[in-house]
Write a protein that binds this ligand. Structure first.
Ligand SMILES: *[C@@H]1O[C@H](CO)[C@@H](O)[C@H](O)[C@H]1NC(C)=O
Ligand SMILES: *[C@@H]1O[C@H](CO)[C@@H](O)[C@H](O)[C@H]1NC(C)=O
Ligand SMILES: *[C@@H]1O[C@H](CO)[C@@H](O)[C@H](O)[C@H]1NC(C)=O
Ligand SMILES: *[C@@H]1O[C@H](CO)[C@@H](O)[C@H](O)[C@H]1NC(C)=O
Ligand SMILES: *[C@@H]1O[C@H](CO)[C@@H](O)[C@H](O)[C@H]1NC(C)=O
Ligand SMILES: *[C@@H]1O[C@H](CO)[C@@H](O)[C@H](O)[C@H]1NC(C)=O
Ligand SMILES: *[C@@H]1O[C@H](CO)[C@@H](O)[C@H](O)[C@H]1NC(C)=O
Ligand SMILES: CC(=O)N[C@H]1CO[C@H](CO)[C@@H](O)[C@@H]1O
Length: 795
């Protein structure tokens, strides 16, 4: 049987085998076969790759803690490539990795609990092999790959190992603790590869430069294939146009790309003579731009090669062995404005977490604002233009840079005396192997082979022309930006993200809630123009009475959801009885409004169907928190300026449910008549399939142009019986004599434009599949998307 992946790997294997000088043919060719196992207690229970470069076995990661690990065999320093159970090490006694007769690979802790499994089954015998590529594969006797470690990277990518939309590299906790840490490298929802820091419920992007649009950075967000890898020569390429070469480009050294515990992504080459790993590329050179290295309330100071963290005057290190814990104040602030003063720190900024942004304030006004606001910890005042005031409620991502030209003013008690002036002192770190201590920069620059030299020359010429075009593009942008005098805007851009708004602010932005643009059962929606001139939609929730903390917990969940077919939430407001949500404004309103005009040709309708499906599939399956929508209907599908659909109102059912319980008028039924799945009425369990049903109805509306709001919507001829939309379409498409109906009979007659019969046919087929009475017969949303897209890749 032909299996493309196996074939590729075989080719690669042949390639490695024939070109690599380090391959030594060994007779001890080993693998694990059905019914056998490796034990943690026998140190020689190790599977080797044929060339012995990689080995897989149990490795000690702590006191009586072992992980099943693929590692490089050779370097003296333990270099793991992959771990099965990095977050759940097993005991040193009686733990095993067993390949069961049914084809399942199972890691058992101390002979008791299963900590990890591949969840595979096979009726024919299977083998576990470690390929020369470093890929651990579970394959059947027919060479079908059931499972492979390459599909589930931990923190390292090997040559030809793809990083896809489904995988990500997650750094380990520290140099010595291999469990999942705080930094990751993966494709974002907009198809761009980024580096993230997540800790304490806060996730932020720090690379590539988050204050610039992806196109400005040469990254493409239109290519949805989401695939990246580097080759044996050390050339990395990604579908978002991220592209780099190792500094020692060429065949030869063993390489790995690792997301490291210090937040940098590095490509390493092995120096075979010394056994050391040399850095041959790294993502970030200005290490202070990495978020979270210096923890809260601290400042990152950046001499050329390594970072130092410092506490501002009046603060001390929380843990003097670990900078990432940050600093804590040695004083207590009083809320009384008369009890506080400010100390000035030049060339310092803390990124983000502004309470609000006030344009046209004087320094004195800005200072008073921070004094009167109890939660204000510091403020930044910029003189540019009319004067801008940024009161900070959290001091995170602090850094020093002489190019900033700004002064940060930190609030301290009035009677506090600062010794030693305003100079920043670097607190030396006590030794702790677990602490995040960033690595220095080492670049190898070896060109030993003349044919390689030629290659390198060629590459640098190519790189040079690219560089020139970047410089030209940058110059162009710079000139364009100059005349719109937007150093301020540059700063504003970095303040994007979720934040709290005050009621007064939203009242002003909506011009006293004067422009209503929609109304759902959650409340009315108003158009607003925010301070930074972004146009927003503000939803005023009715009857939600949770306290701030509870409300914030639910709302920030919605705020974290980030997908191009889901409406982005920019912030919220909770004040007294007011509960408001702030979303991006959608130019073309809702699908419901646009369905009746003939602006939506068949192509747009199909795109809307696919996009909506993708958004829902993400909600159901990709989000960490499982969110049901429960109220899919054309009113809740909004269209942006390019008619791309964005699903709105998701997650709100949770807020409303809370209200129901509090108000003791809890009604189980949610949703809108005409779109509700039969389970609601029949008192069956509510699963994600209720959304699939409603989605199916929306598809039928897209095709027929008829509304499903009431129950009986289609009345044919005079005096004939009226039917609901689903029954009518079913009957039209499958007429009783067995002859299949034609799409033309149900199609929206308002549209005269050309259409693709096959696509429309597919849409109807999928729609009818989604509105099956039996919820188990309906497909999942990801299956729906797959079905709709199958057609595209087929032609
Ligand atoms: C690694 O860090 C995690 C989280 O801090 C901790 O739970 C775990 O015990 C550590 N593992 C080892 C082997 O020290
Ligand atoms: C196997 O299934 C379990 C439970 O369904 C899941 O938690 C685990 O991640 C799966 N393992 C793999 C390797 O897919
Ligand atoms: C998207 O990226 C893949 C992989 O890099 C490439 O093969 C494909 O041609 C790209 N598609 C477009 C439309 O650029
Ligand atoms: C920011 O908040 C302060 C304190 O609540 C308030 O006085 C000020 O008017 C707000 N600025 C804006 C632009 O809403
Ligand atoms: C500053 O004042 C606070 C209360 O007003 C007092 O508790 C504290 O001891 C004073 N600190 C100094 C250094 O005088
Ligand atoms: C350079 O590489 C080429 C092909 O890879 C090889 O034929 C040649 O012998 C090498 N030269 C040296 C000096 O190693
Ligand atoms: C805003 O609207 C409310 C109620 O509609 C009204 O009482 C109030 O006077 C209005 N405020 C302004 C500033 O127009
Ligand atoms: C093309 C078209 O008809 N678009 C309309 C969609 O609905 C919004 C809101 O009603 C209108 O503003 C658009 O003109």
């Amino acid at each position: 049987m032909y299996h493309p992946k196996a074939f590729q790997i075989m080719l690669l294997f042949l390639f490695l085998y024939s070109t690599n000088p380090y391959v030594s043919i060994s007779a001890t060719y080993e693998y694990l076969s059905s019914g056998s196992s490796l034990s943690v207690e026998r140190s020689d229970d190790v599977i080797f790759s044929m060339d012995r470069r990689f080995s897989a076995g149990f490795y000690n990661v702590g006191v009586n803690a072992y992980c099943f690990t693929i590692r490089f065999t050779k370097p003296i320093k333990f270099t793991p490539v992959w771990m099965a159970n990095r977050d759940q090490p097993v005991n040193g006694r009686r733990s095993t990795l067993s390949l069961r007769k049914d084809g399942n690979l199972v890691l058992t802790d101390a002979g008791r609990s299963i900590v990890w499994t591949t969840n595979t089954t096979s009726t024919s015998p299977v083998q576990l092999r470690l390929l020369n590529t470093g890929n651990l594969v579970l394959q059947t006797s027919e060479n079908i790959i059931l499972w492979q470690s390459f599909d589930f990277p931990t923190d390292t990518l090997l040559p030809h190992q793809p990083l896809t939309g489904k995988s990500k590299l997650v750094a380990s906790q520290s140099r010595t603790n291999y469990s999942s840490g705080f930094y990751s490298f993966n494709f974002d929802n907009d198809n761009v590869l980024r580096l993230y820091h997540s800790r304490l419920e806060i996730t932020s992007v720090y690379w590539p430069n988050p204050s610039q649009a992806s196109w400005q950075l040469g990254r493409a967000n239109y290519n949805t294939s989401k695939i990246a890898m580097f080759d044996l020569l050390g050339h990395f390429q990604s579908s978002d146009n991220m592209d780099f070469f190792a500094s020692d480009f060429g065949i030869g050294p063993i390489r790995r790309l690792t997301m490291e515990f210090d937040g940098n992504l590095r490509l390493y080459s092995l120096d075979e003579r010394t056994g050391n790993w040399e850095i041959s590329w790294q993502a970030i050179s200005d290490l202070c731009t990495i978020h979270g290295l210096c923890g809260p309330n601290s400042l990152c100071l950046s001499p050329p090669d390594k970072i130092r963290c410092s506490c501002p005057p009046g603060f001390k290190l929380k843990d003097d062995t670990d900078w990432s814990q940050g600093c804590e104040p040695i004083f207590e602030l009083s809320c009384d404005p008369l009890e506080s003063k400010f100390i000035v720190l030049p060339d310092i900024d803390f990124d983000g977490y502004d309470y609000n942004i006030t344009l046209g304030a004087t320094l004195q006004e800005c200072q008073n604002m921070c004094l009167e606001l109890c939660s204000c910890k510091a403020f930044l005042y910029k003189m540019s233009g009319r004067g801008i005031c940024y009161p900070k409620i959290l001091l995170l991502n602090g850094y020093q840079s002489s190019s900033l030209g700004v002064k940060m003013r930190i609030k301290v008690p009035r009677n506090m005396t600062i010794s030693g002036g305003d100079r920043l002192k670097v607190t030396p770190l006590k030794c702790n192997p677990n602490a995040v201590v960033p690595l220095g920069v080492v670049y190898t620059q070896k060109v030993t082979n003349s044919s390689l030299k030629y290659l390198l020359w060629f590459v640098s010429v190519m790189g040079g022309t690219q560089l020139i075009s970047i410089v030209i593009a940058w110059g162009y942008l710079y000139v364009r930006n100059k005349d719109s005098s937007s150093i301020e805007q540059g700063y504003m851009l970095t303040i994007t993200g979720f934040r709290k708004f005050t009621y007064a602010e939203l009242k002003k932005a909506t011009k006293n809630f004067s422009t209503e643009i929609g109304r759902g059962d959650g409340g009315a929606v108003y158009k607003a123009e925010l301070m930074d001139e972004r146009v927003a939609a503000v939803k005023r929730l009715e009857g939600v009475s949770q306290g701030e903390a509870e409300f914030l917990a639910e709302v920030s969940l919605i705020g974290r959801v980030n997908h191009m077919n889901l409406i982005p939430m920019w912030g919220y407001c909770v004040e007294k009885h007011h509960r408001l949500l702030v979303f991006e404004y959608m130019e073309h309103g809702s699908l419901a409004e646009n369905l009746s005009s003939n602006a939506l040709d068949w192509e747009k309708r199909f795109e809307i169907a696919v996009g909506t499906g993708k958004g829902l599939a993400y909600l159901h399956e990709e989000c960490l928190e499982w969110v049901l929508h429960c109220d899919i209907k054309p009113q809740n599908i909004l269209l942006d300026k390019d008619y791309q659909p964005k699903v709105s109102d998701f997650g709100l059912s949770k807020l409303r449910e809370r209200r129901g319980i509090d108000g003791s008028s809890f009604s189980r039924i949610r949703g809108t008549r005409g779109y509700m799945a039969p389970e609601w009425v029949m008192n069956q369990p509510i699963t994600s399939k209720v959304d699939v049903y409603s989605y199916g109805i929306v598809l039928l509306e897209l095709v027929t142009g008829k509304r499903s709001a009431g129950s009986n919507v289609v009345c044919e001829g005079e005096g004939s019986v009226c039917k609901n939309l689903v029954t009518w379409v079913r009957e039209m498409m499958f007429e009783t004599d067995g002859r299949r109906g034609k799409i033309e009979d149900i199609m929206d007659t308002k549209i005269e434009s050309a259409y693709d019969v096959a696509k429309l046919d597919l849409l109807v087929k999928v729609a009818l599949y989604c509105v099956e009475e039996d919820k188990d017969a309906r497909p999942t949303m990801s299956k729906v998307v797959q079905m709709l897209l199958q057609d595209e890749s087929g032609d």
